[in-house]
Write a protein that binds this ligand. Sequence first.
Ligand SMILES: NC(=O)c1ccc[n+]([C@@H]2O[C@H](COP(=O)([O-])OP(=O)(O)OC[C@H]3O[C@@H](n4cnc5c(N)ncnc54)[C@H](O)[C@@H]3O)[C@@H](O)[C@H]2O)c1
Length: 262
Amino acid sequence: MDIKGKTALVTGAATGIGLEYVKELLRNGAQNVAVLDFDARKGENAVKELKKEYGSGRVIFIKTDVTNATELEEGFKKTYETFKALDIVINNAGILDDGRWELEIAINVNAVVRGTLLGFQYMGKDKGGKGGIVVNIASILGLAAIAGCPVYTATKHAVVGITRSLGLPYHFDRTGVRVVAICPGVTDTNLISEAHKRQLSGEWGRECGREVDELPKQRPEHVAKEMMRLIKKGGSGSLWVCEGGQPAYEIHIPDRQTLKVE
Ligand SMILES: NC(=O)c1ccc[n+]([C@@H]2O[C@H](COP(=O)([O-])OP(=O)(O)OC[C@H]3O[C@@H](n4cnc5c(N)ncnc54)[C@H](O)[C@@H]3O)[C@@H](O)[C@H]2O)c1
């Protein structure tokens, strides 16, 4: 897909890696981007700055708590009504907070499922759309386990599962919507710097901090640059690891056929 002229919607985009996705989309010629986040102050500030740099008509902020189904649906509706198009959806909002694990599941899993289904609804050729792409944000912890944040790890495994399943030809052939996931490694944002404070018990928090400290680090701007490659070239159902500031690479998990025992 050529990003030039396209319309994108990014959740959790007031700060962190999400905001970098928005900047990179605009740099790559996206015509319009909707920034969805529940933090209105940060979201409005970010959009004010983006408008100065990229022009006032290209970016909007929509206050959206992704755990609220009505708000998320309204966010998609407002984006479509404002820009008369939708081509790229990035389900990015996420938290690392096993101390509030029900909320963590609601944001990291339920809202990603809902955002993906809304992507099909607005972009699916079977619904009168033009096709498009949904990128779900998993993590290297969607592929590997660590002890200090087990529920976060489970939520990111769920993102991998829904992306692979909804990315299969059965869905793509009908809808023309590619579903792809990126699995970033440790990236320098508030999610990481505050992580040790948010775990189920102090002891788990310390373990989470220790495990994260051992992993290679990278800047959010790097993940955003690699994201553009995925949008352009990522096959439906594909998973891409982006870690340690290195180029993103595709990873293959054995499929049903491979796992079949004779
Ligand atoms: N930082 C990392 O090391 C890392 C690694 C792998 C994956 N990820 C994933 O990348 C995504 C972005 O993470 P980040 O590091 O930029 O985090 P961050 O904490 O810096 O930013 C998260 C953004 O999501 C918003 N948000 C949180 N809850 C929300 C809700 N209910 N509704 C709407 N918006 C909400 C926040 O306001 C914030 O703007 C997450 O899905 C995270 O799990 C991050």
